[in-house]
Ligand binder design. Structure first.
Ligand code: C5P
Length: 404
């Protein structure tokens, strides 16, 4: 889980309003056990204080090549050798230009030139500055040197303009760094079946029973599994989001269609992750025509019948070595309910969402999960973006899988 433990990260901060996000990145890195050394350009100090950063990183923050009072030398070569990874964030237009041209007139750029580790840079500036051919040429030059860009996001900028130029969010930057250290092909050769979204059970040709599932968690898991090199089949109920490219997408509507689609793929899969919010019931007699209001006739009652339990059906004919994870969204007695589902449905592990955690569960971009393995091993995450949670879930599977 702690891929960043003991990793040495050099962060170069240059002068951009987005520097206010760096203390958060430092905190996240420190929490994961990384060692962080910060270098700031003189301009960066106008945007975020060295005191904040040195307190969080537990190391003095460096700006000058030497201390003018006692002559202590801040060796850019030593720092460049020390680091496992250098992150330049925010990378201002000026700093990108100096890096590309080798203008070593501050400690950040000198250290960049001396760094023997991989370098990531995260530009942040106004839209016009980012689009300027000069900036774009500098970025191409840096990419051609093998440096990697954490591209800026589209969004509202400090200037009031809107467009590409916002520094990527701290959580995403952390994820890029984690991925780098993980070596992202750890699932190469694995076949992963993921279900996502709601199922939709028709009442008549224009109406249906369904639920609020957005599919975001399942899609984030599919993306993460792809990133790690897996071959991914995503069986999805109707959702408003796009499937990650490279996934084998099978679209379904009803629980029975989902079961049928899964059945054709499951035997050949190493892992099944059931995030879908499968409707427990369907309407027994679907009306062939639209049900109408009719004066003098009683309100129609819907007769429901139980849907098959997909994960239970699949786990009943699993082969040795197949790993099955389910999800449970609970409102009370959360852990006990999740544990009983884990055993009654024949799963290896279950991810529990609680509706009592604000920001977790349906529809949101964030989630908080407790992961429980049948052996008793468990892990509870913080409230994090669904893409970060996807990484945690896959890490947990890697840790608890018996037959990798
Ligand atoms: O709805 P419930 O809380 O029982 O869901 C627990 C797990 O069982 C989930 O992983 C869900 O995808 C799965 N499930 C299923 N078939 C159903 C209902 C739920 O596979 N009919």
């Amino acid at each position: 889980m702690m891929v960043l433990k003991g990793k040495k990260i050099l962060i170069g901060i240059s002068g951009s309003i987005a520097a206010y996000k760096i203390p958060i990145i430092v905190r996240l890195l420190m929490k994961e056990g990384a060692e962080v050394q910060i270098i700031m350009t003189p301009a960066a100090r106008d945007f975020v204080t060295p005191l904040t950063l040195s307190t969080l990183s537990k190391r003095p923050v460096l700006t000058e090549p030497f201390n003018p009072v006692d002559g202590t030398w801040n060796s850019h070569v030593d720092m460049g050798n020390w680091a496992d990874l250098m992150l330049i964030a925010p990378a201002s237009a000026t700093t990108l230009g100096k890096m590309a041209a080798g203008i070593a007139d501050n400690l950040l750029v000198t250290t960049y030139l001396a760094a023997v580790c991989p370098v990531f840079f995260a530009p942040a500036m106004d839209l016009d500055m980012f689009q300027h051919p000069s900036t774009q040429r500098n970025i191409s030059t840096l990419l051609s040197y093998g440096n990697q860009m954490i591209a800026p996001r589209e969004g509202e900028l400090a200037s009031g303009l809107c467009g590409a130029g916002r520094l990527e969010e701290p959580e995403v930057i952390l994820e890029v760094i984690r991925d780098f250290f993980k070596g992202n092909q750890s699932w190469a050769g694995k076949k992963v079946l993921i279900t996502a979204g709601p199922t939709v059970e028709p009442i008549d040709p224009v109406r249906y029973i369904s639920n609020y599932s957005s599919g975001k968690m399942g899609y984030a898991l599919a993306e993460e599994a792809l990133k790690r090199g897996a071959e991914v089949t995503l069986v999805s109920g109707p959702v408003q989001i796009n499937a990650p490219s490279g996934v084998n997408l099978i679209k379904v509507q009803t629980a029975r269609q989902m079961l049928q689609a899964c059945d054709t793929v499951f035997d050949d899969s190493n892992l099944l992750i059931m995030t879908a919010a499968v409707a427990d019931f369907r309407v027994s007699d679907v009306s062939g025509s639209k049900i109408k209001k009719q004066a003098g006739i009683d309100t129609p009652a819907l007769k429901l019948v139980e849907n098959p339990d997909i994960v239970k059906t699949l786990s009943s004919h699993r082969k040795t070595g197949q790993y099955i994870m389910g999800f449970a969204l609970e409102t009370d007695n959360e852990v006990a309910n999740a544990q009983s589902k884990l055993s009654s449905k024949g799963m290896d592990a279950i991810a529990l969402n609680s509706l009592n955690d604000p920001g977790a569960g349906y529809g949101t971009d964030t989630n908080k999960v407790t992961l429980i393995h049948k052996s008793g091993v468990s892990y509870t995450s913080a409230l994090e973006s669904k893409s970060v949670i996807a990484g945690r879930v896959l890490d947990f599977i890697e840790e608890t899988i018996v037959n990798p």
